[in-house]
Design a protein around this ligand. Structure first.
Ligand code: C5P
Length: 241
């Protein structure tokens, strides 16, 4: 079967005035803490927040619920292009249903990484993501925020942590949400997902050339937040932007 030839170019804002809106991108592997760090940084700066992984998870949930074959790229891209989602504070809605916790299930995350490898799906989600760029600023977390979606971001961070630390964090997160989990199989799932995210043909998980790497294996959330804010403030210094 031949692959669709989607040309995957870095995105520039359609409205040039939006290029003045500052963006901080926080990319990294699953359970590296980027979601929590990005949310707090956004809150502290009064910026909007984009959890791009949630979009892939919403598509995945629709695929699972609709029993759609995970390789039916055209059907899944159709779902992504017309995703009936709404973000309200920290709640996420799909066709009016609050699915904030449902989409965090491990099976949904695994399906998200499968649908995220389909070029037409990634393409279909672009305008939804760039639409989050609104004044006074945006903090966006994901895998390709700094490389593809917001290549002109003011600050790009690549957050990492060892697979053991991430498996432990994901385990606690799942328990906190009432899901079951097994640390050994979680570690295995994370490794497989990292591998798939890093090896896919389009928008693979790689740090942007101009990203700053932050290893949070031995770091608390607040320390990571302080580091990101410090980097951002340093860039904002007059004569240093
Ligand atoms: O970040 P989170 O674990 O919620 O993302 C779920 C999956 O969605 C990831 O494993 C990844 O495959 C996919 N994803 C992506 N590009 C993004 C965000 C998430 O491919 N920008």
């Amino acid at each position: 079967m031949c692959k669709p030839t989607v040309q995957y170019l870095p995105i520039m804002p359609a409205d040039p005035s939006l290029s003045a809106v500052r963006v901080i991108t926080i990319d990294g592997p699953t359970a590296s803490g980027k979601g929590t760090v990005a949310r707090i940084v956004a809150e502290k700066l009064g910026f909007h927040y984009l959890d791009s992984g949630a979009l892939y998870r919403l598509v995945a949930l629709s695929v699972l619920r609709g029993n759609i074959p995970p390789d039916d790229e055209a059907a899944i891209a159709g779902i992504a292009a017309t995703l009936p989602c709404r973000f309200e504070g920290d709640r996420i809605f799909l066709a009016g249903e609050d699915v904030t916790d449902v989409i965090r299930a491990e099976a949904t995350g695994i399906m998200a990484s499968r649908v995220g490898a389909l070029p037409a799906v990634r393409q279909a989600l672009i305008s939804l993501q760039t639409g989050f760029r609104r004044p006074p600023g945006l903090v966006a977390d994901g895998r390709d925020m700094g490389t593809v979606i917001f290549p002109d971001a003011r600050l790009k961070v690549f957050l990492t942590a060892s697979v053991e630390a991430r498996a432990e964090r994901r385990y606690k997160q799942l328990m906190g949400k009432g899901f079951s989990g097994n640390i050994v199989s979680l570690r295995q799932d994370l490794s497989e997902r990292d591998e798939r995210d890093a090896r896919r043909d389009v928008a693979p998980l790689v740090p942007a050339a101009d990203a700053r790497t932050l290893d949070t294996t031995h770091m608390g959330i607040h320390e990571a937040v302080s580091q990101v804010l410090e980097w951002f403030r340093a860039i904002r210094q007059p004569g240093n932007c």
